[in-house]
Every structure is written in C-alpha cells, then in structure tokens.
Design a protein around this ligand. Sequence first.
Ligand code: ATP
Length: 191
Amino acid sequence: MLRVGITGGIGSGKSTVCRIFETLGVPVYYADEEAKKLISCDEAVKSQIIDLLGEDAYLNGQYNVPFVKKAVFQDASLLTALNGIVHPAVKKHVIMWMEGHRGRPYVLKEAAIMKKGADLDKIIYVSASEEVRLARTLERDTERTEEEIRAIMKNQFSSEYFKGISDFIIENENNLLIPQVLAVHQKLLTS
Ligand code: ATP
C-alpha cells in the first residue's frame, strides 16, 4: 500500500481534491480535523496541553481556542511546545489509521505542513496562485480578514518548496480537477 501525502497552501483546494479521490473509494486522513479531535478527546494529549498552558486551556472540558491562541501569540516558544505535543500525536495516529487500511492500493494524508520523508511514499501538490487562494478563502471563511489570510500564507511553505517535494501537481487555478485526479489515480494504481 502506498502512503500518499496531499498538500498545498491555504485555500489551494486540498480538501476539494480529496473529496474527488474519496468518490473513487480512496481513504483520506484529514490531518487538521484529526488533530482537533485528538486535542479535544485524547486524554494523554489533553493532559500534556494542560501541563504546558494551564487548566484554562480547557473550559468545561472544551478546548479553549481564544485562550490558547492568545497564549501562543504572546510567546512563540509555547507554540513550538504545543506543536511538539500535537504533531507527534497526529503522526502516531495516522500510522495506526494507515495500518487499518492495509490492502488498499493507496491512502491519502491531507495536510498543509508536509515534509518529504520516510513516512510518505508519494506527494501530491495542489497548486493555485495566492490571489485565487485568497479570494476562495475569503469567500469560505467569512470570519477571516484578508490580512489574517495573508499572514497565514506568509507562514506557510512556498510554492517552490511544495514543487520541490511533490511527485504530482494538480493545478487548481482555472483547470478541470476531475481529469487531473483520474490521471494521478491511475498512476498511483499502477506504480
Ligand atoms: P485549507 O488549507 O484552508 O484547509 P484547502 O486547501 O483544503 O484549504 P478547500 O477548502 O478545498 O482548500 O478550498 C477552498 C475554497 O475554495 C472552498 O470553499 C472550495 O469550495 C473552493 N474551491 C476549491 N477549488 C475550487 C475550484 N476549482 N473552483 C471554485 N472553487 C473552488
């Protein structure tokens, strides 16, 4: 079974492309959503976060996003430490999830943070220009401002980086997605 990463910047269309792969029966692991679930429900993760940030990190058992955002915004070392709790937990979880899909030709792990390494066999990059990504994200996330989205983009990997690590590129500017997904799917099935 091939372990395939699918990545790209905010608003590039990773989830949209993954939904097309899902219609082909390909299992998809959405790293962001799974991280949120682990933060909310995994007792080991929760207790490490409380050790790091204090009891206020959870309010009536719910992850206290405004509190955590403020804390890590004020102290970058806390953000590094928080990532040091969440990222390894997701890494462990995705390995277990992949184990559960043994026998499939391939599975996908969707994430904006991706490195070429031993845990993935192939990487797909979903590409779109910053302006298109900004417009689509503004339309999707009505609570976010242009400034906030541009700040997120600045913190993410560049298109050069993504191109450098990827084996396949899916262009999502004004291109048809389904034929591109089918072409990558065929290649993955025969590689
Ligand atoms: P994030 O990194 O924020 O999770 P993403 O890369 O998963 O974003 P999507 O959520 O798939 O991106 O797409 C961003 C928005 O753009 C969504 O509202 C989606 O419906 C829309 N979108 C994606 N691709 C296209 C397209 N080809 N044409 C029109 N709208 C699109």
